[in-house]
Design a protein around this ligand. Sequence first.
Ligand code: NAD
Length: 352
Amino acid sequence: MYRVAFAEGDGIGPEVVPVAVRCVREAAEGSVELFRVDVGWSAYRSRGSSLPRDSLDAISAADGLILGPLDVGSYPPGDPGSPSPSGRIRRALDLYANIRPIRSPPWSARQFDLVIVRENVEGMYADRNMHAGSGEFMPSPDVALAVRVVTRGECRRILRVGFELASSRRGGLALAHKANVLRMSDGMMVEEARSMAASYPGVRYSEALVDALAYELAVDPGRFDVIVAPNEWGDVLSNEAAGLAGSLGLAPSLNAGDSFAMAQAVHGSAPDIAGRGVANPIAMVLSAAMLLEWISSRRGDRRLLEASASIRAAVDGVLSDCDPGVLTPDLGGHGSTSSMESAICSRLARGR
Ligand code: NAD
């Protein structure tokens, strides 16, 4: 029995996370025990921190975490979990690889299926790139500085994930960088990528400036397989790719380390639609499926691989049906979170 923690998070989190939890419960019945931890606004209101110490301890002792989106922009300055509990969890558990697959839905005129591998523990995000203190500071009221961290070891770790993934897929790897101006930092990533490419002769390696790659992605997403990118470029490119697919509600993600992984959709807390019952749960459901597959690969347990595959097949089936009464408004339908949940779960039940 694997123990997986979950936290609903903020905004649309309490609407979409229960759908993901139900899918895991039904698909992996008898092999996964799910338990709730408190993270986000609910934790802050009841315990004075958006990431209480005991929540982090319980997460660390589990086999994985399903984490809802967090409205990090709204946390009060005095919050000990601020500014980003997800950033703290990524750092604490060394979740260095953010794997973000995205596929066009069946009705899309432009078909694509790609994965963005985003470096997740360095770069520019000031709350997580320092051992102590913050990477962003103000020497005077009118000057703000932000430090960007890039290390050779981390470049190698994230590139290894990208090359291995490309080898197991269609064999294409594109590196997004900005080494024309960030010569030492992104330059180091390019140097390591070129050297690693030599040991993966089966992978077609290419590289492009991130601005050019963003353009290419918009023009012809179908030509990409795996894209590896430093933290902030990967963050932006994955939202662009989600937009090309039609909705952030279709974009799952897994934050993975060597011994722990956290499922968390690419999207945020979507305050503009929170509480209306129209959030698309697919990104969260597919993130949870990625977590099951990851646990299965680490523990050599086929049951979770099968559970993950059955969740994906159920989601694919719902998208292929293309029933406007079921699909949420972001996908052009007039359904709801609950019509999507029913459709996915009834397919799951039929598949068993
Ligand atoms: P957002 O991703 O929450 O929303 C962007 C747009 O996409 C909105 O129009 C929203 O309605 C739509 N959208 C997002 N998810 C959807 C879904 N599942 N179904 C249908 N539509 C969906 O980005 P934002 O509004 O810029 O950020 C809101 C808050 O979330 C901010 O506090 C931000 O810091 C935080 N955030 C958190 C995470 C995370 O926890 N993983 C990621 C990104 C942003």
